[in-house]
Design a protein around this ligand. Structure first.
Ligand code: PLP
Length: 411
């Protein structure tokens, strides 16, 4: 038998959503007629906007004619999409990007998962706690996380940045020297945001300590608050230290269609063996052109339609719809005396479990007494214990009904 990558053996089972599904299935088996409402899964429910569908349909028609048929596309994305991104997602926010600093991909999961390949195994990595698990698991697969301890639910070589009620879910700067910091804002799972002032502290830290920030902006479309940046490059100096990941999944309902992009400025550097600066942009080009053959033309045409005047209007309607749900959840639970966070600039509401119960205990209570599914906060890291995450992605009617049931829960 062949030796395998033993780092995979160190990974704990992907317990969270499997366990949620197991408990929901068991409940439904015992209560076959129960109308269970899910506010648990982070997937969109609204169909793609008409303008996106039309753009993809005409791209499909082009693929059927010899004059307009396309084979392999450019490795890093078609001009029409890259330029639309530069113009609308950056220039409109005062940020100039060069054409080859933008890389089209099939989404932020692959990009946030793959980017760590560019870093040495010895790099010290900092992650928020709680956190989107992809950052942790992909570093563990690469042998950078050390060993996993079940009791503390933590890896020996990762630096955890606790996001707690006490610090308003704004992580403190690492106390030890780290090389890479993952940040995700608007945040999954807490639904909280960083102001420009708060994000600037991280950028300044990275500049002073020569580290790289991997900034996941997958939920940028939900930002309302004018003090909250939609891109890290709004912060002075960020182009020297930050790589940014974006996605059309939540912005435009592309979870099943698959398209995103990442920005790797020329000025972000790592160090080679002899200490000479190495461009991460050049390395990412090399990596992507070797391992990735681009996103299909039809989907890129669909993504570009997001930036047309009608596309902006239609996608904003969907975002507003989800934000209305988030606000409804937030305000209803607050009226019940529950402590809630997030939900104003994100599709997630982070709810403090009342009466000192734990996350899974409250999950069971919501399922059994209200027929409502949530996600236990402890599944995102030890600092998520004592919280649950509710998502705004269901219909308005079901969201209202779920909140009504929670309000009638015996307490
Ligand atoms: N980043 C964060 C923080 C997410 O929550 C998600 C999806 O839930 C992703 C990335 C994945 O995005 P994509 O669908 O573009 O792969």
């Amino acid at each position: 038998m062949i030796p395998v990558n033993n780092n995979y053996q160190k990974l704990p089972g992907s317990y969270l959503f499997a366990e949620v599904a197991r408990r929901v299935k068991a409940y439904k088996q015992q209560n076959p007629d129960a109308d269970v409402i899910s506010l648990g899964i982070g997937d969109v429910t609204r169909p793609l906007c008409l303008v996106i569908i039309e753009a993809m349909q005409s791209a499909v028609a082009e693929m059927g004619k010899s004059e307009t048929f396309r084979g392999y596309g450019p490795d890093f994305g078609y001009d029409f999409l890259v330029n639309a991104i530069r113009e609308n997602d950056y220039k409109a926010h005062g940020v100039e990007l060069e054409f080859d600093e933008v890389f089209i991909s099939d989404g932020a999961k692959s990009d946030t998962g793959n980017f760590q390949e560019l870093f040495g195994e010895e790099c010290r990595v900092a992650v928020p706690n709680p956190v989107y698990p992809v950052y942790v698991d992909t570093n563990a697969m690469a042998g950078r996380a050390g060993t996993y301890d079940e009791n503390s639910a933590s890896w020996s070589r990762l630096t955890y940045l606790p996001c707690l009620e006490e610090n308003g879910f704004v992580p403190e700067l690492p106390k030890e020297k780290v090389d890479v910091i993952y940040l995700c804002y608007p945040n999954n799972p807490t639904g909280t945001v960083l102001t420009r002032f708060q994000l600037k502290k991280f950028v300044d830290y990275a500049l002073e300590n020569e580290c790289v920030i991997l900034y996941d902006a997958a939920y940028r479309a939900f930002v309302n608050n004018p003090d909250v940046p939609v891109t890290i490059y709004e912060i002075e100096g960020a182009k020297k230290v930050a790589v940014e990941f974006n996605s059309y999944s939540k912005t435009a309902g592309f979870t099943g269609t698959r398209c995103g992009y990442c920005v790797v400025p020329h000025s972000v550097m790592g160090a080679g063996e002899d200490g000479t600066p190495v461009s991460l942009n050049a390395m990412w080009k090399r990596r992507q052109s070797t391992k990735f053959n681009g996103v299909n033309y039809v989907v890129q045409r669909g993504a570009a339609a997001v930036y047309s005047p009608e596309g902006k209007k239609q996608t904003q309607e969907a975002i507003d719809f989800y934000l209305k749900n988030a606000m409804y959840i937030r305000e209803s639970l607050k009226k019940l005396g529950l402590t809630v966070f997030g939900g104003t600039d994100a599709p997630y509401v982070w709810v403090k479990v009342p009466d000192g119960e734990n996350s899974w205990g409250f999950f069971d209570k919501l399922l059994n007494e209200c027929k409502v599914v949530c996600t236990p906060g402890s599944g995102f890291g030890s600092c998520g214990e004592g919280f649950i995450r509710l998502t705004a992605f269901n219909t308005y009617e079901k969201t209202v009904e779920a909140c009504r049931r929670i309000s009638e829960m015996p307490r």
